[in-house]
Ligand binder design. Sequence first.
Ligand SMILES: C[S@@+](CC[C@H](N)C(=O)[O-])C[C@H]1O[C@@H](n2cnc3c(N)ncnc32)[C@H](O)[C@@H]1O
Length: 226
Amino acid sequence: MVSPSVIVATSSIEPTPMARAVDLDDLIPGATPWELEIGFGKGRYLLERAASRPQTRFAGIEVASKYFRLVAKRIRRRRLSNVIVLRGEALYLLSAMLPAGFARAVHVYFPDPWPKSRHQKRRLFEADTLDLLLRTLEVGGKLFFATDHLEYGDTVRTLLESHPGIRLRVRERGWEDGPRTNYEAKYVREGRPICRFEIERSATSLAELLHPEGAAKILSAAASRE
Ligand SMILES: C[S@@+](CC[C@H](N)C(=O)[O-])C[C@H]1O[C@@H](n2cnc3c(N)ncnc32)[C@H](O)[C@@H]1O
């Protein structure tokens, strides 16, 4: 269980440098499914989805304090008892704080593409970090992704197509429920092309979630240290 001192409000958590895995069921008790949104920004989707699905529990991750505080305030004001928000770097929280296999759905909309190669290590969709994202899903759970950065979308698609532990669906049209986030609503209004993927976890073991290229990268890094 997280030490009460790191719980800012019943609905929000700031990780400490000594963060331990969060027992999510301690924070929102129950047996209903979990969904996770990474980089929720102003929280339009997280808040709307939580309000319309009281039988689902939601966790949100956001690195920007400004958005984290704004959304934590809205959660309290709207008395949503089925959402928690965590402030921090997604890759760190995914690897250090969130349990494997807890989420029925993960949402990543318009993540920063980090086009410069020196920023590559911050990308969520990389061969050696993709498993951190996929491992949060239960088997059969789905990851929903959208970007307006078509070059980044192509890179992510290539990476996903060569992953044996998932099923990829490239969506030709928008979501059935319409534009989900603030960025998506704005880009749809502007008529910008958007690339959307639905990714289902089929792998049953965590080892199968490591992308083959990622495994090769990690092994060669280990070998070069010897
Ligand atoms: C382009 S905005 C998109 C916001 C929202 N998803 C939308 O579609 O309207 C990207 C969001 O991801 C957050 N973000 C960027 N890098 C992150 C990271 N490493 N961990 C968590 N959040 C991150 C940013 O602070 C920002 O709110």
